[in-house]
Write a protein that binds this ligand. Sequence first.
Ligand SMILES: CC(C)(COP(=O)(O)OP(=O)(O)OC[C@H]1O[C@@H](n2cnc3c(N)ncnc32)[C@H](O)[C@@H]1OP(=O)(O)O)[C@@H](O)C(=O)NCCC(=O)NCCS
Length: 158
Amino acid sequence: MESDSKSTLMNSAIAIVELKTWTPDVAAIETGTNQLPWSVETLKSCFSNGYQNFGLYRDNGQQLLGFIIVHQPMPDEWTIMNVVVSSAFQRQGLGEALVRHVCELAQNKHASVFLEVRESNQPAIALYTKLGFKTLGRRKGYYPTASGKREDAIVMQN
Ligand SMILES: CC(C)(COP(=O)(O)OP(=O)(O)OC[C@H]1O[C@@H](n2cnc3c(N)ncnc32)[C@H](O)[C@@H]1OP(=O)(O)O)[C@@H](O)C(=O)NCCC(=O)NCCS
């Protein structure tokens, strides 16, 4: 059962919109959701040439609930760099909607979609697996952890 404090999307209009320019709302979601958040500088650097990013809004664009950052170094090779849904709105299909949106766009352009994910990030791995991503391999010790150690990245492709 959902906790009483969890926000509900019932009766809300949801829209996925291309984020053409930087908005601090992205950093607010990132820092509020991730234990080891990307810095504002790193996030901002993804709002430049070679990236296509999307936000998931409700209430006619008034509230950003999540975002996805996609690097497109080549027309047929896209990489999901980050996808985040605000904690209060997780487990309601929004992460899936964002990844599905990007995969559909990629398919239309005959592009493959790649990503790296921490091996401990079982929610994200379950999401990608549900959408048909397959494991290509792993990068040893790719990510730092909160405890100061390193953990492997799982490399996946759709
Ligand atoms: C990963 C993340 C984006 C998923 O977003 P979400 O909106 O909560 O996910 P959805 O509700 O769309 O779930 C879709 C599927 O993902 C999987 N999933 C999502 N959260 C899960 C969880 N906590 N445990 C297990 N599976 C989970 C399930 O397969 C789910 O399908 P189901 O509802 O039919 O079981 C979200 O947990 C998040 O923002 N995490 C922090 C940032 C992060 O780790 N991003 C990934 C970087 S690689």
